[in-house]
Design a protein around this ligand. Sequence first.
Ligand code: FNR
Length: 207
Amino acid sequence: MANILAFSGSTREGSFNKKILKSAVTGAKDSGAEVTLIELSDFDLPLYDGDLEHLQGVPKNALKLKELFLANDGLLLALPEYNSSMSGVFKNVIDWVSRPTDDEDAPLSCFKNKTAALMSASPGHLGGARGLVHAKSMLENIHVQVLAKHVCVAQADKAFNDEGVIKDETTRLSIEQLGFYLAHIIDEDDDKDKTHHREVSMTIQRC
Ligand code: FNR
């Protein structure tokens, strides 16, 4: 069963990205995944500063986030686009959790074997697509496998009903499917790994 960490790169109360994320979480759960949905506003962090890290170590909330990254195979990320790129809040989280926390800790350890699905929502006509290009490139450089499929919701200021659910059924389903697909891919990779380990151990036994 896939374990997935889900969060939005927006801390705003009425965030459109938080709303679309809920649909993706529904899809992932439908696929049988265990999903941990968090709000970054519950993990208040200073801006990354090397001197602060040197003097005080990695902040407690960054350690908690890192634990969550380590405990999950998948990342469901709904990322607002700020000035054609990702939000500072999201990038700051990535910078803090990327830091090694003890001598045994390899750099970027918490991104190892992670698969991510990305989505975005914006009042603009591109739905935040340009921000996802930067986010995808950054995540792939730190060893996260990012699904080629992503969803962007344009004109997000008009996209939701009073309950915060996406009004257009096709859009809502495509986001649910993104969550479903992420969970499915992780399960499939898991099965491949198990088969591979079984084959290797059988070969070892034969030797
Ligand atoms: C924006 N916004 C924005 N939208 C967009 O489509 N492309 C962009 O480059 C930007 N740039 C940008 C910069 C800054 C500093 C802000 C505050 C906003 C608008 C943005 O998409 C909008 O505020 C969304 O509502 C943010 O996402 P949440 O908070 O609704 O999830």
